[in-house]
Write a protein that binds this ligand. Structure first.
Ligand code: 6R9
Length: 655
């Protein structure tokens, strides 16, 4: 990792100079969180986190902030008791904000629902009573396999309310993925829907649940929300949500649970191997999800209309649709469908319609919008926006600049937030109104977080150096273990370095100490003895005006060890002939040095991604190496791999 082609300057060089954007004075003047947060957290980290825990309602206060006697098994707010759903719902109603809209929901076909905090509280109470009547008790696991409808959030909160541990499985996953996750968690109940709308068509969720449940003897009941009205097969385990929830009482007193009570399991496969059931608990998780949401988006619950475009089946949906925003009592927009249905301006139409103030989306979406053209967002009034967030992958400087200019009107701070399913909440991000932002860098650990970049020996690298991203101190929303597999938890995250959490990402520090993420270390390529990050080559390609998106992998090369193979989506009507391929290869060589010149560039119409937008480089490596494809269960769209094999026949360039 230490010897990238032109070392630390490369990403900054893509812009010729590193640009800084100071927070506008008016924004800074009204910012919720100020620069002294860093000082307070630095002076006494545990006292800082206690002050953030105090933003929540506790039925019993903790007697110890952190128990780190048996690392890496942390306990936060030991002895404290709280109810997570009460914190997200009842307390806002009790504070007199029951009439505030919790969710402006927009279905893909254009149907809408407006749900206030009072209504949401009442629905969750009913669902909690219904689950209890089905025999679900504290500690049981409930699998949730849902489209993006309000009942998905209600189901999660109902579980939280009764102390059941939810395991949300993304609604695009296959029978193999769903049944494996149900079995691993030994779930007692599954909550699903008859379908949801995506790209104009109802998806089939119930059929996949039926085939999965047939392999999962632990499942006693399946609760089905009617969304699309499609015909569905019915088994003797099935119950309609509207039959059991609508008739349940809306009186339910939330019982407090221990701060370390399991809140949810969320499976993460990364892009390889058997999925890991990441376990999160209650008090510490909610403390950090809530605080980071408030601080990083400058949340003002009285005025803001916040929108996170993630799916609820991704950790971003857990922390920044359900637990963060709702604990802060903010109004949010929730959208069921895809950005291109019925037209490519759908997102911007929603911003205009609801006067959205914060948007949180992924670089892959931003690059897609760039590809679709500047004129699309230009056709809508986006002047309500105040903060723009990015998450999921490194955001290349070009996409960052486009986001700032074409969505944010050069007015809104852009916050690039680095975190993981495992970290539970944001860890590295600018603070709007405080940080001078730099396109392409996640920059600084948030207050109370100690991230570092270290070398092979675990020593901090100086400014200008590169290495591995680690977290040196426990944080409140950290994963507690891998469900049922403490050993794998130790091996995966805690064995590479002593007393440090290894995130699996490469990173470097620029001359000013800002952190730049370089992608997963497993993706780093070794070309003629030089470590080259896929992110940097991708960024270099995307900085060429004719390239919309790119994914880079290393393929075995008899001469250089690995050769760089790039899969590229061109912008608009660019012609992918030989000449352009040569131009692109030279462009990378110019930006990063000749060693980083791709051996081969293939023009493709799509890239294989997970639903959270992460490129499945493993599959592209299989293509580049001419191997048969490995496990594709987490692929967002299986047709993509056919498109790629077709796309590969055009635009091959090997000299
Ligand atoms: C929240 C989420 C985690 C991995 C992480 C890293 C990549 C996420 C990023 C980022 C660079 C950012 N990642 N945010 N890389 N800059 N702002 O994405 O969780 O799905 O578990 O993925 O995503 O590689 O290690 P998860």
């Amino acid at each position: 990792m230490n010897e990238t082609p032109k070392s630390q300057e490369t990403l900054a060089n893509l812009l010729n100079e590193t640009r800084h954007f100071d927070p506008p004075a008016e924004f800074a003047a009204q910012a919720t969180v100020t620069a002294d947060e860093y000082d307070r957290a630095g002076a006494d980290r545990l006292a800082f986190w206690e002050s953030k825990a105090e933003r929540l309602h506790w039925a019993a206060k903790w007697d110890r902030t952190l128990d780190w006697d048996n690392p890496p098994f942390a306990k936060w707010f030991v002895g404290g008791k709280l109810n997570v759903a009460y914190n997200c719902l009842d307390r806002h109603v009790e504070a007199g904000n029951g009439d505030r809209v919790a969710i402006h929901w927009e279905g893909e076909p254009g149907d809408t629902r407006t749900i206030t905090y009072a209504e949401l509280t009442s629905e969750v109470k009913k669902a909690a009573n219904a689950l209890t009547a089905l025999g679900v008790t504290a500690g049981d696991r409930v699998a949730i396999y849902m489209p993006m409808i309000p009942e998905a959030a209600m189901a999660m909160l109902a579980c939280a309310r009764i102390g059941a541990t939810h395991s949300v499985v993304f609604g695009g996953f296959s029978v193999a993925a769903l049944s494996g996750r149900i079995q691993d968690a030994d779930a007692k109940v599954v909550i699903t829907a008859d379908g949801g709308y995506r790209r104009g068509k109802p998806s089939d969720l119930k059929g996949i649940v039926d085939d999965s449940v047939a392999q999962c003897p632990s499942v006693e009941k399946v609760l089905v929300v009617r969304r699309t009205g499609s015909d569905v097969a019915w088994t003797d385990k099935d119950l309609w949500w509207h039959d059991v929830v609508d008739s349940a009482s809306d009186e339910h007193e939330a019982q407090p649970f221990d701060a370390e009570h399991p809140l949810f399991i969320l499976y993460t496969s990364g892009t390889t191997a058997k999925p890991k059931g990441i376990l999160h608990t209650s008090g510490g998780y909610l403390t950090q999800a809530s605080y980071t949401h408030q601080a990083v988006f400058d949340i003002k619950p009285d005025n803001d209309i916040y929108w996170c475009t993630a799916d609820i089946g991704w950790v971003t949906g857990h922390s920044y649709i359900v637990y963060g925003p709702m604990s802060n009592g903010v109004t949010q927009v929730m959208y069921e469908g895809t950005p291109d249905t019925p037209h490519k301006g759908r997102f911007w139409e929603l911003v205009q319609k609801y006067r959205i103030t914060q948007i949180y989306t992924a670089p892959t979406a931003i690059r897609t919008f760039m590809k679709w053209g500047d004129d699309i967002p230009a056709g809508f009034d986006l002047s309500s926006l105040r903060v723009l967030g990015s998450v999921g992958e490194p955001i290349n400087p070009e996409a960052w600049m486009w986001y700032r200019k074409h969505i944010g009107g050069d007015r809104c701070p852009v916050v690039d937030t680095w975190w993981q399913t495992e970290t539970g909440a944001m860890m590295i991000s600018p603070l709007p109104g405080v940080t001078s932002t730099i396109p392409g860098s996640a920059q600084t650990p948030l207050p109370g977080i100690s991230a570092d970049v270290v070398d092979d020996e675990g020593k901090s690298v100086p400014n200008g150096g590169g290495g591995y991203l680690v977290l040196r101190e426990p944080w409140p929303s950290m994963l507690r273990t891998i469900w049922g597999d403490d050993q794998r938890f130790l091996d995966t995250y805690w064995s590479k370095f002593d007393n440090m959490y290894f995130a699996g990402d490469g990173a470097k520090r620029d001359a000013d100490g800002n952190i730049w993420l370089l992608g997963r270390v497993d993706d780093v390529m070794l070309v003629s003895g030089h470590n080259i990050s896929t992110t940097e080559v991708e960024s270099a390609l995307v900085s060429h005006p004719k390239v919309a998106e790119s994914a880079v992998v290393g393929a075995t090369d008899p001469v250089t060890g690995q050769g760089i193979v790039a899969f590229t989506i061109l912008r608009g009507d660019a012609d992918g002939g030989e000449e352009l391929m040569t131009e692109l290869r030279n462009h990378v060589a110019k930006e990063l040095g000749p060693i980083a010149k791709p051996r081969q560039i293939m023009v493709v119409p799509e890239l294989p991604k997970t639903r959270s937008g992460k490129i499945m480089r493993r599959l592209l490596r299989d293509v580049a190496e001419n191997r048969s494809l490995g496990d594709v269960t987490t692929l967002q769209d299986s047709a993509v791999m056919d498109l790629i094999s077709k796309g590969m026949s055009s635009g091959k360039d090997e000299d």
